[in-house]
Design a protein around this ligand. Structure first.
Ligand code: SF4
Ligand code: SF4
Length: 404
């Protein structure tokens, strides 16, 4: 249920908003807030927000929620889950408070233009980049082997590979998609893709407050899933993983799903004999928010990196639960201009500085938002000239024996 300002005439906005928060799982815990400020302290942009999460709750209690809606600082929230993971009262701040507030701001038209464009593209074309759905499988053209689509192959497959938006369309991320295809082939996995029948997973749109759009995209994907016969879904996109695992079931769309790193880590013994090229590099891993903090997957990516011959894995000071956000989540991917104007700093640059501080040659990633974000950031950070950014799939593909 979405509550609009018109519905609040005979009831205070705070009361109405509080009640709507209780619909979120564990949302009623907001009543137990200690006002300790830990959430605001850990928030990467908390120092810039007129209303960081702890203060938002204080204003809700004081029946002054309207004051929050008059500002745009909630758009600085990148849905990184850091506040949620440290709250001693386990209040669902990211999913409840921040996302619900963004929904209200969207309803009142208080939305940065660049975010509006991404949302409109998602509605029109089924992806935030505004690309033609017909081009969704064009990344295949860079491969010297076939990738089957369910529609053309017309047979059951073990695996539905949900490729997702940036791996399908973004030229830099397409390199990681092709690397993933090579790994699945080396493992003899029986897989197919949806191609033009795939739509955006909708997770970032949901976190940016567009619940209706999320539901429309999820339902379209649900119809595509239902058409075909497969045992499970895999995806390299932590947002797609999060949506299919945690949000689609709430809409009755239920399928087993694994992130690519989990799927390959379970089969690493089958792959090891084929990893013959030494990658003699010092590598550090960036835990993506929606793989790590939101879904607790920390070991699988490290298992893969440790299996690569010659590779030395080092940790950055902020790792696992305490990983720094790249700034791309919760619509942040489409709010770079807005956030730059407010902060004059990019979260991705802080991460690059950490990778440089541990003398890494390579920053390894496992989310499609990250290669372009971190490569851009590395150009701005002093001393990052020799730091390469590579998806784990690219590192594994580099270590694979050449095909005959
Ligand atoms: S960390 Fe939790 S308990 Fe503390 S102020 Fe934030 S929401 Fe309240
Ligand atoms: S989800 Fe992240 S960016 Fe948003 S309020 Fe919490 S800590 Fe801040």
């Amino acid at each position: 249920m979405t509550i609009t300002a018109a519905q609040t005439q005979d009831q205070s906005y705070s009361d109405t908003f509080y009640t709507s928060l209780f619909e979120v799982e564990n949302g009623e815990r907001i009543k137990a807030c200690l006002q300790c400020g830990t959430c605001s302290g850990v928030c990467p942009f908390g120092y810039l927000m007129g209303f960081p999460p702890g203060r938002m709750i204080a204003y809700l209690r004081a029946d002054r929620f309207e004051n929050i809606l008059k500002t745009d600082t909630v758009w600085m929230c990148v849905s990184c889950y850091a506040c949620t993971s440290v709250c001693p009262k386990e209040i669902p701040i990211t999913l409840g408070l921040m996302t619900r507030t963004k929904e209200e701001l969207l309803l009142s038209g208080n939305v940065p233009t660049e975010l509006q464009d991404a949302l409109m593209n998602s509605q029109r074309y089924g992806n935030p980049l505004g690309e033609s759905p017909r081009k969704r499988a064009e990344w295949i053209k860079g491969l010297d082997f076939e990738i089957p689509t369910f529609r053309e192959a017309r047979r059951p497959f073990d695996i539905l590979w949900f490729v997702s938006d940036y791996p399908s369309y973004h030229p830099r991320v397409q390199l990681t998609t092709r690397a993933m295809a090579k790994i699945l082939r080396a493992l003899n996995v029986d897989f197919a893709i949806l191609g033009p029948e795939e739509n955006s997973d909708g997770d970032s749109q949901r976190l940016a407050g567009e619940r209706g759009l999320f539901e429309m995209l999820a339902e379209k994907n649900g119809i595509s899933f239902e058409r075909y016969d497969f045992k499970q879904i895999i995806t390299s996109d932590p947002h797609a993983y999060n949506a299919i695992k945690n949000e689609y079931p709430k809409l009755g769309i239920e399928y087993p799903v694994q992130h690519f790193t989990e799927f390959v880590a379970e089969r690493i013994e089958d792959l090891k004999s084929k990893l013959i090229n030494q990658i003699e590099r010092r590598v550090t891993f960036h835990d993506p928010c929606y793989l790590g903090r939101a879904n607790g997957i920390y070991d699988a990516p490290r298992t893969l990196l440790k299996a690569i011959p010659g590779l030395e894995l080092v940790e950055m000071p902020h790792n696992r639960t305490y990983s720094l956000c790249c700034g791309g989540g919760g619509g942040g991917m489409w709010l770079d201009g807005f956030q730059w104007e407010k902060a004059h700093v990019r979260l991705s640059e802080w991460r690059i500085q950490e990778a440089v501080s541990v003398n890494a040659d390579i920053l390894a990633v496992a989310c499609p938002y990250e290669p372009p974000r971190f490569e851009d950031a590395a150009k701005m950070v002093q001393g990052a000239g020799r730091l390469a950014v590579k998806d784990i799939a690219e590192l594994i593909a580099d270590a694979l024996e050449p095909e005959d």
